[in-house]
Design a protein around this ligand. Structure first.
Ligand SMILES: N[C@@H](CCC(=O)N[C@@H](CS)C(=O)NCC(=O)O)C(=O)O
Length: 210
């Protein structure tokens, strides 16, 4: 069957998380850059894909059907489903729940606070800095996840590492790196992965700050 996958997005954490997951899963896709500053997310063409006017959106087109998937984390599960177990172990296994636990730690306890902090700051409402401090604190706590294993949820790279990486990458200049040596080592290892590099560059034409 002929399958064509497109990822519509911008150079933001949510889109990068989706792009890295597709790259790590070996899914072949084409990139559609959405100019958020120029308001392209509010054009009729884009609103037909996601009425919430947000990126990322994945479209999978085959001869028979068209799947439209907004929500970065749903796209991560799409990628995981096509990774032959490389990004998420078999559903129901102990390893599967270990990955989910860490994945949702980064989504709800770290990324969620970052998104709310950004919302407050972009509207000049007080409180954003407190939330950003909390993000750094929660990210710093991840040092203990790496005490006994190489990756965030065990000895295999998974969607938990992708979620952790994109938020820590966004806050990389504020991390107290000497205080979190294992996290720093993990960060460098993940940053060096070719698929992570391709995902980080998916939406930009110039080099990405490391
Ligand atoms: N829950 C969504 C959130 C997506 C989101 O917040 N996207 C932002 C960019 S990171 C966006 O498209 N904003 C549109 C705008 O600023 O108008 C997801 O994770 O996919």
């Amino acid at each position: 069957m002929n399958i064509n996958v497109e990822l519509w997005g911008a150079h933001t954490g949510n889109s990068l998380r989706a792009a890295i997951a597709l790259e790590e899963a070996g899914v072949s896709y084409s990139v559609r850059r959405v100019d958020l500053r120029g308001g392209e997310q509010r054009t009729p063409e884009f609103l037909a894909l996601n009425p919430a006017a947000q990126v990322p959106v994945l479209i999978e087109m085959s001869d028979q059907a068209r799947l439209i998937l907004p929500q970065s984390n749903a796209i991560m599960f799409y990628a995981a489903a096509r990774s032959n177990g490389d990004l998420l172990p078999e559903a129901g296994s102990t390893a599967y729940f270990a990955v989910l636990e860490r994945f949702f730690y980064f989504l709800t306890d770290v990324i969620g606070f970052s998104a709310t902090g950004f919302f407050l700051k972009s509207r000049e409402i007080p409180g954003g800095d407190v939330l950003y401090d909390h993000v750094i604190d929660r990210a710093t706590q991840a040092e203990r996840f790496l005490a006994a294993s190489e990756y965030m949820a065990g000895d295999k790279f998974s969607i938990a590492d992708i979620a952790a990486f994109t938020i820590i990458w966004a806050f990389r200049e504020r991390m107290d790196w000497p205080n979190v040596p294992q996290l720093h080592e993990w960060y460098q290892r993940v940053l060096a992965r070719p698929a992570v590099q391709r995902g980080l560059h998916a939406f930009c034409r110039r080099s990405v700050d490391q």
